[in-house]
Design a protein around this ligand. Structure first.
Ligand SMILES: Cc1ncc(COP(=O)(O)O)c(C=O)c1O
Length: 383
């Protein structure tokens, strides 16, 4: 395991002496000091707005698109900045071509943000939303691949890369290939995966991917992004008409031409005005991830996951809901101890911050969680 202690002491000095073990990144990430500092500086500038300069506006967003693109193996012109995951999923649901008889395929137990837009789109287009059942609370990837290959009316597949409740990670390489082979659009909600598992969209085929940065990317609420595959951008009509989504709209001296020609890049899906301080904060967080190294972060979290698997093997009364294999999990670890509420109360009493979802205790550690902290938290699962 990489020793991240110097970065932890610099970016989270409060953690060094605190008794708190923060294992709730599946809900809300902890913002590093460098990001919090940038946001505080921004707050001061908003208090004295005459001090704001041009560099505090569009160059911040430009840098965000660049950093996100580097993180996920895309090009900056394929990145639309948004304020949450839901926005990108709505963009997908309401811009992809769908009509009567078409099928939108997903799996059961999806986070509602990736269900409601599709329910509504199905209602309005005459398409059908098909939710494939889970097995032992985990999406059945084999059934999904089979359905893509055999159901003739499937037009869109939309899934979470990593399940918010079971922690199961889907093989988006395999699903992307299957979709591509059938000419099916592939949409991914990546908020529970990016920041834990490296991603390279030059080799993984996804059409539209949406990700909030507030969890695993340890960035401010209000920072998020949507990737739209280059060849698709100009073929899709944005469902919302942003005042800055059209060519020439960045010329603020000349705003009254009302020429509705969308940008040829993913900015056509942006709805301005974006929260500049949040993106400035996100930029600091993404620079930190670059410095830490995504592979090292990923390996660290996977090794903590191995500890959990070993713990559950040694204590079979604690049911491991998350798949055992490294390739099928990320950073969301879901367990059902014998007395779940009591175990959760014990964790809380010992300042182990976690969440409970769908009758599972959800432990979600990150790069600064030490094996000693994680092991102490695991032992609290037993009375
Ligand atoms: C899988 C998944 N999608 C989406 C969200 C949140 O969506 P949004 O960023 O729109 O609030 C969450 C968590 O809150 C989630 O776990």
């Amino acid at each position: 395991m990489t020793d991240f202690s110097a970065a932890q002491q610099r970016e989270y000095p409060w953690m060094t002496d605190a008794h708190v073990t923060y294992l709730d990144h599946a809900s809300t990430g902890a913002i590093p000091k460098s990001s919090a500092d940038v946001m505080q500086q921004f707050a001061t500038l908003r208090h004295m707005p005459h001090m704001l300069k041009a560099e505090h506006f569009f160059p911040v967003l430009h840098r965000s698109r660049e950093l996100v693109a580097q993180l996920i193996g895309a090009s900056p012109d394929e990145i639309a900045l948004t304020t949450n995951t839901s926005h990108g999923l709505n963009t997908a649901a309401f811009s992809l071509p769908l009509g009567p008889g078409d099928e939108i395929l997903t799996v059961d137990r999806e986070f509602p943000a990736n269900v409601f837009p599709w329910i509504k789109r199905a209602e309005r287009s005459g398409a059908t939303l098909v939710r494939l059942p889970c097995v032992d609370e985990v999406p059945d990837e084999g059934a999904l691949l089979h359905a893509i290959a055999t159901r003739p009316n499937v037009k869109v597949v939309t899934v979470s890369w990593v399940s918010f409740c079971s922690g199961a990670r889907l093989d988006i390489d395999a699903i992307g290939q299957a979709c591509r082979a059938r000419g099916v659009y592939f949409v991914v909600d990546a908020i529970q995966g990016i920041g834990v598992i490296p991603l390279n969209l030059t080799t993984t085929h996804v059409d539209i991917l949406s990700c909030g940065a507030q969890k695993w990317l340890q960035s401010p609420w209000g920072s998020a992004f949507t990737y739209v595959r280059r060849e698709l951008i100009t073929r899709l009509e944005p469902p919302e008409a942003g005042w800055m989504s059209t060519k020439g709209s960045d010329d603020l001296y000349n705003m009254l031409t009302y020429e509705p020609a969308w940008f040829d890049d993913a900015r056509r899906f942006e709805v301005i005005t974006l929260p500049f301080p949040d993106f400035a904060g996100m930029n600091a967080s993404l620079e930190l991830f670059q410095a830490l190294g995504m592979n090292a972060v990923s390996e660290h979290i996977a090794a903590l996951g191995d500890m959990l698997v070993d713990f559950c093997d040694a204590h079979p009364e604690v049911r491991l809901v998350t798949p055992r294999d490294r390739a099928r999990r990320a950073g969301v670890f879901a367990v059902q101890p014998p007395a779940l509420d009591a175990a959760s109360a014990r964790l809380r009493a010992h300042d182990v911050v976690h969440s409970v979802r769908e009758r599972c205790i959800r432990l979600a550690p990150h790069w600064y969680t030490t094996p000693a902290q994680f092991s102490a938290a695991l032992s609290l699962l037993l009375g």
